[in-house]
Design a protein around this ligand. Structure first.
Ligand code: GLN
Length: 294
């Protein structure tokens, strides 16, 4: 009888996922196998000849079958890495994308240009990836993070706890700015970040199966042109952003001109920058508020 060693399994799973058109088949195979065996990925390579027992093989078989039907590996193993930070994820929240790391980088760079403790706010926080990465990357920041989904916020709460930043990250459930209103007596925010839903109705229908069939529609779909949430943010930002503070939005691959127009129409900002990601798609809108109204 052939024995299933780690090495043979990795080859077999990689081939199987490749045949089923799954993205990053080798990485997915390593993530699934290391998850089932309770090992770090590197340890798979130091234990290449280890024979995997029947119980582990059964669990693996189930996960590989689900992955081959395009269920995201991050959901299957319950975690992903974002900005080099391990984040728990569940199907209640969007899986953090590498493109969003650019927003975190720009957020931290902006906070570093300022002095004293900074109040940041992250709207539509989902699993809390931006809030946690900003809080960890800028120890002088207090972060208020909001989301309309209490299920997503429960995941964010576990991520905040896992990274021991409960004293600097507050999670509030509600629609966009609404849960911030009671705090307005005390503060406005130096930085407001948001990776909102921004997929248009037509694009939503064309999303990859792993996204459309498994990730929350609430975190993706944003009306006929995908700009609904940006419009609502622009309509309310005046009350919440400090003079000199910045708004940083993640945007869709071709939304730069439309979002710039919405930001300019507020007449609040001294500077608006649209930035592209390494795939040359529009990805970030940065808008710095004037110190004094015009
Ligand atoms: N970039 C994501 C996707 O294409 C969408 C994220 C979002 O709507 N915030 O799947």
């Amino acid at each position: 009888m052939t024995q299933w060693t780690i090495q043979r399994l990795l080859t077999w799973i990689t081939d199987y996922l490749t045949k089923n058109d799954v993205d990053a088949p080798r990485l997915s195979a390593e993530l699934l196998l290391s998850h089932v065996l309770g090992l770090k990925r590197i340890e798979l390579y130091t234990q290449f000849d280890r024979v995997v027992n029947k119980e582990h093989l059964d669990r693996l078989h189930d996960l590989v079958r689900r992955a081959s039907r395009h269920e995201p590996v991050a959901y299957l193993i319950g975690r992903t890495e974002f900005y080099s930070i391990e984040m728990e994820v569940t199907p209640d929240c969007l899986i953090p994308r590498p493109e969003t790391e650019l927003l975190v980088q720009r957020a931290i760079e902006f906070l570093r240009t300022r002095s004293g403790p900074q109040h940041a706010c992250d709207l539509c926080t989902g699993c809390g990836c931006i809030a946690v990465a900003v809080a960890k990357g800028f120890p002088d920041a207090k972060v208020t993070a909001t989301d309309i989904s209490d299920k997503a916020l429960a995941v964010a709460a576990r991520n905040v706890e896992k990274h021991q930043i409960q004293d600097r990250v507050e999670l509030l459930c509600g629609d966009l700015f609404e849960p911030l209103v009671p705090h307005l007596d005390v503060t406005q925010w130096d930085l407001i970040t948001c990776n909102p839903p921004y997929v248009s109705a037509a694009e939503y229908e064309k999303l990859d199966k792993n996204v459309k069939d498994y990730e929350p529609r609430l975190a993706l779909w944003a009306g006929a042109d995908g700009l609904d949430v940006y419009r609502r943010i622009c309509a309310s930002i005046d009350r919440f952003l400090k003079p000199g503070g910045a708004l940083l939005l993640e945007i869709g691959y071709a939304q730069g001109p439309a979002v710039r127009e919405l930001l300019d129409a507020t007449a609040l900002f001294a500077e608006t920058v649209i930035e592209r990601d390494p795939n040359n798609n529009d990805r970030i809108a940065f808008a710095r508020r004037r110190e004094t109204p015009v």
